[in-house]
Write a protein of this length. Sequence first.
Lengths: 362, 279
Amino acid sequence: MTVTSNQYSVISQAELAAWLDALARTTTLIAPYKMADILLYQPVQSSREIAWDFGRPVMSAKEFFFPPSERLLLIEKGAGGVKLTETIHEGKQVIFGARPCDAHGVKLLDALFLDKPPVDHYYANRRANTALIGLACKEMGAACFCTSVGGAPDDAHNMDVMLYPVDGGYAVEAVTEKGKSLISDLRFTNADYTRQTSIANRKSPTLAPGASAGVVNPQSSIVNPQSINWPAHFDDEYWARTSERCLSCRACAYVCPTCRCFAVRDEYLPVEAAGCGPGCTQYERIRSWDSCEGENYRRTAGGHRPRAEKSQRLRNRYFCKFYFYPDQYGLGNASACTGCGRCVDICPVNVDITEVITDLAR
Amino acid sequence: MSNTTNPMKPYLGKLTAVKDLATEIKLFRVELLNGGNEAFASFQPGQFAFVSAFGFGEAPFGIANTTQRGPCVDFAISRLGSVTTGLHELGEGDIVGVRGPLGNWFPMDQFKGKNLIVLGGGIGGAPLRPVIQHVLDNRTDYGRLTILWAARNPSLLVFTDEYDEWRQAPNTSLHLTVDHADEKWDHNVGLITQLLEKVAPSPENAVTITCGPPIMIYYVTRMLEKMGFASRNNYVTLEARMHCGLGKCGRCNLGTKLICVDGPVFNMAQVGELMETFL
């Protein structure tokens, strides 16, 4: 991405905060928020709640497009028969402070939920009603390796608006039409900075592959996983060894911006919630996150349990990222991993995706 | 939003018949309501659908009849888990949900003029019934039809009251076997592979269609290849506990292929190219 200084206007943090406060009055504002010591994207009421100086939230922004659990249908069963009501989320939301790896993750989910027919209604509605205001990373975290999978800490792709931390505030770039219209009322009162900020003052490193980087990339040695001949490693003994310590806890899938396996089930709604009259029972059909790491993920009612070994399940997760999903959803030579490193940080037993990539690339 | 635009929303259907087929196995005949009958106007042998027992959930089942034998849609369902238990509690006149038709199908047009060997094990016979119905209803389009039908014991054999129709059809034979016989049983005893060896159908101008437990599919197709059937002529339909049937939920992949949209029907040459075993 070529960046020239005159493309940017700069806004001070105080002005940006005031603008976000106004925004929060008309739309759901989601921003980095510190809950105890845990950094998460959360809906906030005011800019005062925002964790301005943040690294990378523990959870990705995936949940605002594809929630951990969501109602697909309200089911009402009564004397008059069965009535189904779709629950489509139509509220507007703005995610402020999205990291480039989060936006990259959304693009990868688009490939499955939107681009490959049939379109998923629930995802499509949330996607259409959400704007992403990105914030370039000032530094890469110890587990980050986005530059190995085509990303960069200041990558504006897939954002609607991109902000770059600079001296005196944030340089603002409207990336999409949606973004342009979103910031149409943004007032750049610090006129001095307008069109005067040079790239040199940007604190965000440009670490796109091939670019000369002024900042250390902690994982610069991680090769592009798409350079690995994955099918050649399918039957490797390696998977049994690597998965020995795996607990099948699924944490990696839940923090992942692109893991999207789900389960659908019906739940009874308690009587207090029932509003469909006497003799009528309400249920909801729920879709919730699931993971191919789970022990009974593939089990059928008849007892057939493919991938009973955790080595097969761990292998499936990596193959899904680097071989299956790219093939199934037309990613071409791109991987379905954003290099955010969340799974590396969350794993209680140090199963490390960067280690797997490095090992298999040898 | 209408039914046709949200593929996760089922059509409502009324059960016009619920009858016992075998121990803990029932036939559910569904008359689709409001728009569903259009969606199910032309399903093909081998396709599947999700059936909802509202309050219990939904699960995928092979469609057990042909459009020609319609207008209702049949499902043969064994009571094994929570959804199937919920379905088994329903009776005539009750409302279920149906999503589909989904997946690919047996290429019945390509099979024209060929001899067909159909091998069904237990509830695996359900998606094979439309194949048999299609051949019987278009009898002159196909060569010899040989049906090998198996179950663990006689009480688990499905579609027993249709055996006479099958036996009496021209150029058609039915061979039965059970793993464990009872005192009234006067057919073969043993695995379907033993029956297959005994019947010894010719691979000449023939295709085979197998459905049953994965372990049965594995051994039957292995034996068929030994008998000279080319793997591309051995068709199977595979199972998985899918949650969407639309290529989204990620639960049914075998390597890069998804059973729900790339299958459930495969020939064994295709199965051989999969990175992962279906076992």
